[in-house]
Design a protein around this ligand. Structure first.
Ligand code: GRF
Length: 219
């Protein structure tokens, strides 16, 4: 008996290149997740246009329309339930979510961050990596907890930092790794190979699902 595909919603705030990578991966009939819709907190997110053009339901829950986080998150939660989402993938979603919201989606809310966590949390991760002088940078897919970028790590990809890199060149190289890692990590979760058990990742992932290593040219 084939396992039903996990109904997955994507949260974005911007251009949505990681969203595109997940949507493209989910076109494969054997991919264990189905993308059921895209929700943005910003009405001007470019990724919304792409999603609509590709036939996906889209919704905007604009945080500026709400007096506080709880009211915003109540509507966000309702929008996700309206899509029938079982799993949420944040892809460049630029809002911090409260402990109350996170608890409702415990073990079913994941994010990608453009650093090798626990290093370089928060904004400007590439600038932080270059300033620290690290030679290996990368990206991390993790379960979301109430503490920013601190949830249990599911998978990581490494990219080299090259002499003369700027935040922009490092971001471009890292993004290629993100587009490989996120679909692999989502497949592992949707396929039941990785899950959150008592705050830790119980893992039956393949090496390729949990670690991606890119060469300097991103190949
Ligand atoms: C990515 O680098 C992601 O890791 C970070 O924000 C960026 C979003 O890019 N959280 P995109 O919108 O997916 O193109």
């Amino acid at each position: 008996m084939t396992r039903p595909r996990t109904r997955t919603a994507i949260l974005i705030s911007g251009r949505g290149s990681n969203m595109m990578a997940l949507v493209e991966a989910a076109r494969r009939p054997d991919y264990p997740a189905e993308i059921v819709g895209v929700v943005s907190n910003r009405p001007d997110a470019a990724g919304l246009v792409w999603a609509a053009e590709h036939g996906l339901p889209t919704a905007v829950v604009n945080h500026r329309d709400y007096p506080n986080r709880e009211a915003f998150e109540a509507d966000l939660h309702a929008a996700l339930l309206g899509l029938g989402a079982e799993l949420i993938a944040q892809a460049g979603f630029m809002r911090l979510l409260t402990a109350g919201f996170v608890a409702k989606w415990d073990g079913r809310l994941i994010n990608i961050h453009p650093s090798l966590l626990p290093s370089f949390k928060g904004l400007h991760a590439h600038e932080q990596a270059i300033a620290a002088g690290v030679k290996i940078a990368g990206c991390t897919v993790h379960f979301v907890t109430a503490e920013m970028d601190a949830g249990p790590i599911i998978a990581q990809a490494a990219v080299p930092v090259i002499d003369g890199d700027t935040p922009e060149t490092l971001a471009e190289r890292t993004l290629k790794a993100e587009h490989q890692l996120y679909p692999a990590a989502l497949a592992a979760i949707a396929g039941g190979h990785a899950r959150l058990v008592e705050g830790r990742v119980a893992n039956r992932m393949t090496v390729n699902q949990q670690a991606v290593l890119l060469s300097p040219d991103g190949a």
